[in-house]
Design a protein around this ligand. Structure first.
Ligand SMILES: [Zn+2]
Length: 378
């Protein structure tokens, strides 16, 4: 019988994130911040916010900076944490006494890396419980903020750091409690807030934190990064620049998201999706046959992601815009028949319903069958 590990914080699952190379578009921000720390008359802002869409590398930046700030070799090593001092060892073991991380989550934190035997023992039921717990526990509650106070106000030597990931998940009460802390900066205490959706943060919070300039990425730097990242991980011939640019565009300019997209099992099945849609619509293929086939190709979550991307471009073409995907000929497919806006809305709604059904443990095969029936009416 597997066990859910005790309540623990969202420290990174993989300790290498502390010591990974700096992402190329972050070097300027890195050198500005580290200079401020090292100059005698300057210091790091009390509270910093890393905000922006997923895939820009803001978490990578924050964890790397946290490791460097705490590193004992900081003054002689400006480019990153040394990885070997006592502080770096504490980070590796997930027990740094000068680091507090929110939100607190109760989930099998080692399931993906450390303890394979234990991970293998975690039953499906445990996983579901853990997933539900982790979704619920992403909330940052007022008690969590209050629990940080002794750490923040304890005084003493050395830097202390609090990281609030998913900061937009703070309840209003938690945000108000945090405001008080933000208004009373303590020497040697630094707060890092991370948010994928900073629009959901209270304006009073945003006005008291300094935002890290991590969101502007030179397109050429982006292309270069994605090219190198895929060159070393995708096991096929070199990816063309056009394909790289398309990936970046589909990922809204976020390089890490573009790399993840290229590696997603569904990304190579976009043309196949169109073939299936056309065969279903024309009645050349039954929804049951299509469902049986796709179940051997992708999980239904992956099929939903694929469908969502295809719908974005189909709608663009129907509105007279260029498709973002140049390597899949959507215009030709949409020459003879273009779905009405209401059909798009209905199918998007179907995808949402399927996601909800899956959370409620509807069988994947059943959900797939139903979705294929609905796709035939798009
Ligand atoms: Zn170190």
């Amino acid at each position: 019988m597997g066990k859910i590990t005790e309540m623990t914080s969202t420290v990174p699952l993989n300790d290498s994130i502390y010591f990974a190379p700096l992402l190329p578009w972050q070097s300027e921000v890195w050198s500005q911040l580290t200079k401020r720390v090292l100059m005698p008359q300057q210091s790091l802002p009390h509270a910093l916010l890393a905000a922006g869409m997923q895939g820009m590398g803001k978490r990578a930046f924050v964890w790397r900076l946290v490791a460097w700030l705490l590193c004992r070799e900081r003054d002689s090593n400006h480019l990153g944490a040394c990885g070997v001092c006592e502080s770096c060892q504490w980070l590796r073991s997930g027990t740094h006494p000068s680091l507090q991380v929110l939100p607190i989550v109760g989930m099998p934190i080692n399931a993906d890396n450390a303890n394979n035997k234990e991970a293998a023992n975690i039953t499906a039921k445990d996983k579901k419980t853990a997933k539900a717990a982790s979704n619920a526990a992403l909330k940052i509650k007022v008690d969590d903020i209050r629990a940080l106070q002794p750490f923040i106000y304890q005084g003493g030597q050395g830097m202390r750091i609090c990281v609030l990931d998913y900061a937009e998940q703070m309840t209003v009460a938690a945000a108000n409690a945090l405001l008080k802390t933000l208004e009373e900066p303590q020497a040697q205490v630094h707060l890092f807030l991370i948010s994928d959706t900073p629009a959901q943060l209270l304006p009073t919070i945003k006005s008291r934190v300094q935002q890290l300039a991590l969101q502007t990425i030179d397109p050429a730097v982006s292309v270069d990064y994605v090219t190198k990242a895929l060159g070393s991980t995708v096991n096929r011939e070199a990816v063309s620049t056009a394909a790289i640019e398309q990936l970046i565009q589909l990922a809204n300019g976020a390089p890490l998201a573009a790399v993840a997209l290229a590696q997603a099992p569904w990304y190579s099945k976009r043309a196949l999706w169109i073939t299936t849609w056309q065969a279903l619509r024309s009645g050349k293929r039954s929804s049951v046959a299509a469902s049986d086939y796709w179940q051997t190709q992708l999980s239904i979550s992956e099929f939903i992601q694929l469908s969502e991307l295809m719908l974005v471009d189909m709608r663009r073409v129907c509105l007279g815009l260029d498709a973002l995907q140049k390597d899949v000929d959507l215009s030709a497919s949409l020459n003879n028949y273009q779905p009405a806006e209401s059909n798009f809305e209905m199918f998007i709604n179907n995808l949402q319903q399927t996601k909800i059904a899956l959370q409620q443990n509807v069988q994947e095969k059943f959900a797939y069958d139903k979705l294929m029936q609905e796709l035939a009416y798009l």
